[in-house]
Design a protein around this ligand. Structure first.
Ligand code: SAM
Length: 248
């Protein structure tokens, strides 16, 4: 199943937990610099789209497009790998939490580079085992995440494809956007079905792994085992879990 189709299946409750996190948005918008025209690729329901600029969204999933709020930027039904725009049509192209879904991420990034003078991408290092070991959810409950990212291009390969520099983005403890790692200091959140349905990982690992992880976490929260293992997190305001801004 390609990812546009995946979101046509899982996207119905996306906006319950997924929205713009202002501190991360500030980083993205600063990286857009003085761009007046911006294309937002893999735009979903419109999170992180800047106001005060001329934005065009690109989103392959009809279900996601249908949830864009009234007054949101116009949205084109297309995929990153073949953007229906002339060369250099935009001052900047942005992509947030979407590159890991693309069938051909390198081609998609090259397309962004082709249609825009500046490229800003928020993503993860799929091939980096470091963050998966550091993040208790993947380390202790959901090791299957490793299979999902096997064979995907590394962040260095993505950056090289468009000549981007990389900046780490810390995840605040009270992150407003409920992506996979967002609740690193609020473990009870992962017991909530709505939280899990807002993140494709939980569907992609399958119901057996999901239920095993949720039961294991519930037991460890009740017994105090989670707190014993993760005491050091409780004083942190923000965590480095492999989130990166690519800027080219
Ligand atoms: C996790 S959502 C992120 C949406 C939005 N950028 C946000 O930050 O909330 C991932 C989005 O990528 C879209 N997507 C999947 N494959 C894509 C592709 N090849 N090109 C562009 N977008 C794609 C999905 O349909 C989905 O809307």
């Amino acid at each position: 199943m390609c990812s546009g189709q995946l979101y046509d299946t899982i996207g119905a409750t996306y906006t319950v937990t997924r929205r713009t996190e202002p501190r991360i948005a500030a980083r993205i918008w600063a990286a857009l610099s003085d761009a007046r025209t911006v294309v937002n690729v893999g735009a979903g329901t419109g999170s992180y789209e800047p106001s005060g600029r001329d934005v065009t969204a690109v989103e392959p999933s009809a279900l996601m497009r249908a949830q864009r709020p009234a007054g949101a930027a116009p949205c084109v039904a297309s995929a990153a790998e073949s953007l229906p725009f002339e060369d250099q049509s935009f001052d900047a192209a942005m992509a947030v939490s979407t590159v890991h879904h693309w069938q051909d991420p390198i081609e998609g990034l090259r397309e962004m580079r082709r249609v825009a003078r500046r490229v800003v991408v928020l993503t993860h290092d799929a091939s980096d085992t470091g963050w998966r070991r550091r993040f208790w959810l993947t380390r202790d409950y959901l090791p299957e995440v490793a299979d999902l990212v096997a064979g995907r291009p590394s962040l260095a390969e993505l950056a090289r494809a468009i000549g981007a520099r990389m900046e780490p983005v810390l995840i605040p403890w009270d992150c407003a956007d409920g992506f996979f790692e967002a609740y690193w200091r609020r473990p009870e959140a992962y017991l909530n079905e709505n939280v899990r349905r807002g993140v494709s990982v939980w569907t992609r690992v399958g119901p057996e792994a999901e239920q095993r992880a949720v039961h294991g976490l519930r037991d460890d929260l009740a017994s105090g085992r989670w707190a014993g293992r993760n005491r050091d997190l409780l004083d942190l305001e923000a965590a480095e879990l492999g989130l990166r801004l690519l800027i080219a």
